[in-house]
Ligand binder design. Structure first.
Ligand SMILES: *Cc1c(COP(=O)(O)O)cnc(C)c1O
Length: 452
């Protein structure tokens, strides 16, 4: 098969939206048919088009259609898809060795990734970093470190939380469908506290921080007993839950409470971390200094890599040989992560994330002014979402989100949904996208709202 357009990704890919077939096109439909016979039905994809190349702010499909990318492969290709420094470093590494297993024969790039994360994560205390493959795996290991350091079993998570799909992280996740239904029994010693979700706080957003904190405190002090709690883990901006920014001050009080009780405070920065919000870590916006920080998605530009970074005394509590994995900290993924750090630093992408956030928020405000189904616009930096409701109420409007999402794909814009109630559209463009493509993407979104 010959490609319709250059099959090479990265920024050299022509930065246009262009539909030359119906969506999905014939070639995508052909692959989908093979997929139907080869893959289980429970493994779904958000769109029916198959990728051929991606870069800058676009994704090219196998039929030659070029889509504007507002999803970054779910917050992964923050520096752009096939970003040059990521590709060059990974390619060079693949030509040297693909794997030795860090547990068997170590290599320098792993150490350099750890040094960099130790430097960049909040706080100037002594830190250590261990690498893993996925967000779920890193969250599991954060719990292992917290349990080893405290000798306590319990894990406290929050409403709307998403921490992964493995047994423990699925147990920590706050949404039955689709993540948990039918997959129990779940891991024990996982407790759930209310999240200070301003838009949906029953007595009003102004009370969210106080009342949620009181409930959180009582859960631990009264119901569980602080003496058995190993860690409290929270997404500083809840991703899958719908880009919920906790009420100001709530997380700082949670962190202080943990410090007073000897509970390890863990920030799950898997979705919000590594520059996405206009800071290296979303924790910084609230002045938080977590004991442990978990990163993954944006860390290696699309190669599988995840990390737990935290206080040396906690990280050193796990016994020798107790932590690791065959593929953890793969050398090409480590090189890719170093390429991500360079790209963010040298291309000034933290600033770019803030500018993109301002552009997105401006467009969304214009849409909200015309459409009473917009309940709330929220997020930080290039991590912005709208929550859709029935007009003049706060009843979640899942159907509108599904319809708009479909309409956008049909017109060449890739968007993602989220939300505990499935009624949130989330926008996570790569930071390499141009202003023109951003504006064009929001014109498509605006038309999709109008077409409802
Ligand atoms: C995606 C995600 C995870 C799980 O990461 P995987 O790599 O899919 O295992 C954990 N926490 C948060 C906040 C996430 O967004």
């Amino acid at each position: 098969m010959t490609a319709v357009h250059a099959p090479v990704g990265g920024p050299q890919l022509e930065q246009v939206r262009r539909l030359i077939t119906e969506v999905p096109g014939p070639r995508s439909r052909e692959i989908a048919q093979r997929r139907g016979a080869a893959l289980p039905t429970g493994l779904t994809s958000a769109v029916g088009v198959y990728a051929a190349a991606a870069g800058g702010g676009v994704l090219l499909d196998v039929d030659g259609n070029s889509f504007i990318d507002f999803g970054s492969g779910i917050a992964v290709t923050t520096v752009g898809n096939s970003a040059p420094r990521v590709v060059e470093r990974a390619r060079e590494q693949l030509g040297k060795f693909t794997h030795t297993c860090f547990l068997a024969t170590p290599y320098e790039s792993y150490v350099e990734v750890a040094e960099t994360l130790n430097r960049l994560t909040p706080g100037d205390h002594e830190k250590r970093t261990a690498l893993f493959n996925t967000g779920s795996e890193a969250v599991e290991n954060a719990v292992k470190y917290a349990r080893a350091a405290t000798g306590r079993p319990a894990v406290v998570t929050f409403d709307n939380a998403f921490h992964g799909r493995s047994l423990l992280t699925m147990s920590m996740t706050a949404k039955a469908a689709p993540y948990k239904a039918g997959f129990g029994p779940f891991a024990p010693e996982v407790y759930r506290a209310p999240m200070a979700y301003p838009y949906r706080w029953p007595s009003g957003p102004e009370n969210a921080a106080d009342e949620a904190f009181t409930a959180f405190r009582d859960l631990i002090d009264v119901q569980i007993g602080a003496g058995v709690v190993a860690c409290v883990i929270v997404e500083p901006i809840q991703g899958e839950g719908g880009f919920i920014v906790p009420a100001p001050g709530f997380l700082a009080r949670v962190a202080d409470f943990c410090r007073e009780r000897g509970i390890v405070f863990v920030a799950d920065e898997v979705q919000a971390g590594i520059g996405r919000t206009g800071a290296w870590f979303a924790s910084e916006h609230e002045g938080l200094v977590p004991d442990l920080v978990v990163t993954a998605k944006g860390l290696a530009g699309g190669l599988p890599l995840a990390a737990v970074t935290g206080r040396a005394d906690i990280m050193d509590a796990a016994h020798a040989g107790g932590i690791g994995g065959t593929y953890s900290g793969n050398p090409a993924a480590c090189e890719a992560a170093l390429g991500v750090f360079e790209t963010i630093e040298q291309d000034n992408l933290l600033e770019r994330a803030r500018v993109i956030g301002d552009i997105m928020t401006r467009h969304l405000r214009e849409i909200a002014a015309e459409h009473p189904i917009v309940g709330e616009i929220r997020g930080r930096g290039a991590m912005v979402a709208v929550e859709l409701v029935e007009p003049d109420s706060d009843t979640p409007n899942r159907d509108a989100v599904a319809a708009i999402n479909r309409d956008c794909v049909q017109h060449g814009l890739l968007t993602l949904t989220a939300g505990t109630f499935g009624n949130v559209l989330r926008f996570l463009p790569p930071l390499s996208i141009s202003d023109d493509l951003l504006d064009e993407g929001f014109e498509i979104l605006r038309a999709a709202f109008a077409a409802l």
